[in-house]
Design a protein around this ligand. Structure first.
Ligand SMILES: Cc1cc2nc3c(=O)[nH]c(=O)nc-3n(C[C@H](O)[C@H](O)[C@H](O)COP(=O)(O)OP(=O)(O)OC[C@H]3O[C@@H](n4cnc5c(N)ncnc54)[C@H](O)[C@@H]3O)c2cc1C
Length: 430
């Protein structure tokens, strides 16, 4: 069956297996065949693909097992999606404590990439809210892991890129909220200096902060800062309305310098005009792109890359400025740049990406050699600043860059499952 990661850079003819019970799952995992766990394939690059080999999907392991309204503890199978959790619980006074920018993510995928959201400075990463999980290994064992039980395997699996075993079920602690609304404020800013002041000033009083910024036009560096707190409103939230879709892959990328500039100018002015306070429903606040299905198709048949870096906060302003200059000179431009600060929380897993610092995420159409040359220059800046790239977004970083950015890799090696590999692990770890 065809399997394509979100960046659509290549297509694999994967052997996808979809076990429906724990017994089937153990049988598949312990069959002796090399494999990789698969969620909703929302990772951009190659952490979630296994060439033309076996992918074991959690698609049929998606049930809620129990929920305790006293503690907020939800136990579920690993294929349950963040979308299902938010929809089920937001009108009942609970939500996910941490969520990435799309809700089309499974619990297994959220743990294996230790995903982060807009509220890292307040709540850390997804892994910080995982209480325990059951891990099925290729020797047929099922190991319960938590902070008190098999802690080494617990920390290796959080952010462990699916390489330590198949997460069958997990218990996570949901956050208590009044309802599904968020009190927000949008502020237009003119340059990076203003962004960093806004980020510093917002962290004490705002649980979530993020900014979209222009990195393609002559005024690159300006943007729109969004901050939000859970609302006290208990008004029930209507079900999500039906979404738009990009119906097919256009023969060429619709993203080029002209369309990028037009979009960035238009978006900046739209955000400027709509600045101010507003009450948003959580879908609009956390998942603005989920309303357009298959938006990744607009990049055409060659697909696209997301380049997400994190660098220490101390040099963040300088480093970001330098990266923007390089991007401007390359005339590559990026659709929407996302710039955000991570808080001081130490990573939950041995290979977690999110760490104290400044993170920049940029989408670029795949233009072959020109794009590679641009990334090589950005890599030098990120590496020299002591930063690293996000594996869940990556499809091309070098082994050397991965090793330099993830200094607990040797310790992680002790917990690898010998029968699991991904295109990413073959490229930079094995
Ligand atoms: C629009 C968009 C916005 C995003 N925003 C963010 C963001 O803000 N923050 C962020 O951190 N990420 C973000 N991401 C990335 C996304 O959250 C992660 O890549 C996530 O892990 C994808 O989950 P998935 O269920 O699709 O898993 P997949 O992509 O299918 O798999 C991801 C990894 O998990 C492993 N895995 C999956 N299921 C299991 C299992 N049951 N047991 C063991 N291993 C398993 C896979 O082997 C793979 O290594 C975004 C992605 C998109 C498309």
């Amino acid at each position: 069956m065809t399997l394509t990661a979100w960046g659509r850079l290549r297509t694999n003819e994967a052997k996808i297996s979809e076990p429906a019970t724990l017994g089937d799952l153990v049988g598949r995992v312990a069959s002796g065949e090399q494999f990789l766990g698969l969620g909703l394939a929302r990772s951009y690059g190659d952490v979630g693909t296994n060439g033309d080999g076996v992918s074991i999907s959690s698609a049929n392991l998606n049930k809620m097992v129990s929920f305790d309204p006293e503690s907020g503890l939800l136990t579920c199978e690993a294929g349950l999606t963040l979308r299902d959790i938010q929809q089920t619980f937001c009108n009942r006074g609970f939500m996910l404590p941490v969520t990435p920018g799309t809700s089309f993510v499974t619990i297994g995928g959220a743990i294996a990439n230790d995903v982060h959201g807009k509220n890292h400075h307040f709540a850390g990463t997804f892994g910080d809210h995982v209480v325990e999980f059951d891990l099925v290994r290729s020797d047929g064992s099922i190991t319960t892991c938590s902070r008190n039980q098999n802690e080494g395997l617990f920390r290796a699996t959080i952010g462990g890129l699916g390489l330590t075993g198949f997460i069958a079920r997990a218990t996570i602690r949901l956050a208590r909220v009044a309802g599904g609304w968020v009190e927000t404020e949008t502020i237009a800013y003119g340059n990076l200096g203003e962004f960093f002041s806004l980020a510093d000033d917002s962290e004490a009083d705002w649980q979530s902060t993020v900014s979209w910024f222009d990195c393609s036009t002559r005024k690159a560096g300006r943007g729109s800062f969004l901050r939000g707190n859970p609302s006290g409103s208990t008004d029930p939230l209507a079900a999500a309305s039906s979404s738009l879709a990009v119906p097919l892959v256009p023969p060429i990328s619709l993203i080029n310098k002209l369309s990028l500039d037009a979009f960035n100018i238009g978006y900046y002015h739209l955000k400027k005009a709509t600045s101010g306070k507003a009450r948003m429903n959580y879908r609009e606040f956390y998942y603005p792109l989920d309303s357009i299905q298959h938006w990744n198709r607009v990049y055409g048949p060659k697909g696209f890359y997301q380049y997400q870096s994190v660098v220490p906060r101390r040099d963040g302003a300088e480093v970001t400025k330098e990266m923007l200059q390089i991007i401007a000179r390359s005339s590559a431009g990026s659709f929407l740049g996302v710039l955000k600060t991570f808080g001081d929380k130490q990573p939950a897993g041995l290979l977690s990406f999110a760490r104290p610092g400044v993170t920049l995420a940029l989408d670029f159409p795949n233009r072959g050699e020109a794009t590679e040359k641009l990334f090589a220059k950005l890599d030098v800046i990120v590496s020299e600043a002591g930063g690293c790239l996000n594996p869940s977004k990556d499809a091309r970083m070098s082994r050397q860059m991965f090793e330099a950015g993830f200094n607990r890799l040797a310790e992680f090696g002790q917990y690898r499952d010998p029968n699991i590999a991904s295109d990413f692990s073959r490229r930079v770890i094995d």
